[in-house]
Design a protein around this ligand. Structure first.
Ligand code: DON
Length: 557
């Protein structure tokens, strides 16, 4: 009897262990963190209906396009980083805007060859060919389970019934008031009698609802061909733009292999070119690893981090652009040995000065948007989407509800001349018809032995260093709540200043770094709007956090 009992108990124990292991292979719950509560709710609604993370991503993207017109939209672009749990497949959907085919390198120069900055920011000439509708159709067809029409329902309903203006909306609309006032269809859609609407006013977008319905019924052709395409082209051209029907017809989403690498036992998976994010993050992490960052004193740590940022942004300016147009040395820039070489160029006692440059004040916005999704199967999406500046180019194309992006400003309009985020560039990111403009958007996955993280944020050129600081917090053992609220600092090679949020670095640290030759700029506003999800693999437990700087919502269900 005893002999018989022992194996039975062992079997029960073994079975128990197996169950625990099995349970931990999948998250106990699903989680969505996005920049707007209505988008987070729509995503969960789709999950409840049997959709997966990819379906939810379509619904969340579409709702954000309606409720955050200052951040993203059907007229914009983005990157969707995907992980499919059934086979571990990972890819990045590149739905970045392309330059119209008629665009050329001198598009924003005057007769003297000087950059006319406003031309790539305000108005139809600033708009690239949108990628969001093509990406949503691609995501649905190739990765989702539910039909596009079902996934677009929440967005259509909100576009018809309206969403309430909040302080955040008011701030963004006030910033862009002159350009919104200058275009009738924009003023009708986003203002009230030509002024910023009060809190609580409902923004209804019947034209956008009709465009979404057309897209739901006809898929990608409903946007890029036929009547809507004709309206878009006519509207853009009569507002001074250069789009053609061929531009829209030719637009294609590209699936790209994400950038991957390691730091202190963590695996990083991040955005590939035409984003600069993944490469820059790995260059920086390789430099830190080489110099034993984690072991250093506080001033030495900050100095090293700033010097690593400086070098990664210098390389960004020199080497990075659309990989379909220029050869991007991905292997080299992400290789630990290259990082080691850069590390040797750092004087640990002195700041390396960047060359002198014409100053241009850098934008401090929280527009552009990010969301992170984990479903109960373990599928993941990290997506960062943009129309660039708040309310993009400020132009709604009449009869479409589509707000144009001003992503063309992410190109280098002239070598060494900074864009709206103070970023410089050269040949690799020069304007060319059909080319994708270089981006800083950095949707990212990070995995260590116990946790899987999904994160990202808006913030222009500062996106990369924000995600980096989040990764370093994770390496320190802290959770997503800590990453999203962490006070931030940033260096981008040019201008040669450490940009800091108040409280990011204490006075003593600032004076120690000043003695080493660093310059500082205290920012007036806080920046970023990080959305993060973490899955603890061993317990199945899930955490999610939304940046307190924004109005977003993280929800676990
Ligand atoms: O793709 C890029 O890098 C920019 N268009 C992102 C803009 C952005 O994050 C604006 N936020 N302040």
């Amino acid at each position: 009897m005893r002999l018989y009992k022992a194996p039975l108990w062992s079997l029960i124990i073994l079975f128990g262990c197996y169950c625990q292991l099995w349970a931990a292979e999948k998250p106990a719950k699903a989680a969505i963190a996005s920049a707007h509560p209505l988008a987070t709710q729509a995503g969960h609604e789709i999950l409840r209906k049997g959709g997966n993370a990819f379906d939810a991503a379509v619904a969340v993207t579409a709702v954000l396009a309606v409720v955050e017109p200052y951040s993203s939209g059907l007229g914009g672009g983005g990157f969707w980083l995907l992980h499919r749990s059934s086979d571990g497949f990972q890819t990045m959907l590149d739905g970045r805007e392309r330059a119209p085919l008629a665009a050329h390198r001198d598009l924003y120069l005057d007769e003297q060859g000087e950059v006319v900055a406003q031309k790539s920011i305000d108005g139809a000439l600033a708009a690239g060919i949108p990628g969001v509708p093509a990406a949503l159709a691609h995501l649905t067809e190739n990765y989702g389970k539910l039909p596009l029409a079902e996934l677009l329902k929440p967005a259509i309903e909100i576009a018809e019934k309206g969403f309430a203006v909040d302080d955040y909306y008011r701030r963004m609309a006030l910033w862009r008031l002159p350009v919104l006032q200058a275009h009738d269809a924009s003023a009708v859609q986003f203002l009230l009698q030509g002024e910023v609407p009060p809190v609580g006013h409902l923004i209804k977008q019947p034209d956008l609802a009709a465009t979404l319905k057309r897209f739901a019924e006809r898929g990608v052709d409903g946007f890029y061909r036929g009547e809507l395409a004709q309206r878009l082209v006519d509207g853009v051209r009569s507002a001074g733009g250069i789009w053609t029907l061929q531009d829209l017809r030719d637009y294609r989403v590209v699936e790209r292999r994400p950038i991957t690498g390691h730091y202190q036992g963590m695996r990083i998976t991040s955005a590939a070119p035409p984003s600069s994010g993944g490469i820059a993050i790995l260059t920086i992490l390789n430099i830190l690893q080489e110099n034993n960052y984690a072991e250093l004193s506080e001033p030495q740590k900050t100095h090293l981090l700033v010097e690593a940022m400086r070098r990664a942004y210098r390389d960004r300016a020199e080497y990075l652009g659309d990989p379909d147009y220029v050869q991007v040395p991905v292997e080299k820039l992400t290789h630990p040995l290259y990082g080691a070489g850069l590390a040797r160029s750092i004087d640990m006692q002195r700041a390396t000065p960047s060359p002198k440059q014409a100053e241009r004040s850098t934008a401090e916005g929280q527009d552009t948007t990010h969301f992170s999704i984990l479903d109960r199967e373990g599928n993941r999406v990290a997506a960062t989407l943009s129309i660039n500046y708040p309310f993009g180019a400020g132009v709604v194309v009449p009869g479409t509800g589509v707000l144009l992006n001003d992503e063309m400003d992410d190109f280098s309009a002239s070598p060494g001349v900074p864009n709206v985020y103070g970023l410089v560039g050269g040949e690799a990111n020069a304007i060319e018809g059909g080319k994708r403009m270089l981006s800083s958007m950095t949707p990212t996955f990070v995995e260590d032995a116990h946790r899987i993280a999904i994160l990202g944020t808006p913030g222009g050129s500062r996106i990369i260093t924000m995600v980096l600081l989040g990764i370093l917090e994770m390496a320190n053992g802290r959770g997503p709540e800590a990453w999203v609220k962490l006070p931030r600092f940033h260096h981008q090679y040019l201008p040669d200043v450490i940009q800091i949020e108040s409280e990011a670095l204490n006075d003593q640290l600032i004076s120690q770094l000043t003695e080493m030759g660093h310059n500082f700029k205290l920012l007036k506003n806080r920046y970023g709007n990080m959305q993060a999800v973490v899955w603890h693999k061993s317990t199945g437990q899930v955490e999610a956090a939304s940046d307190p700087r924004g109005v977003g919502m993280a929800k676990i269900e």
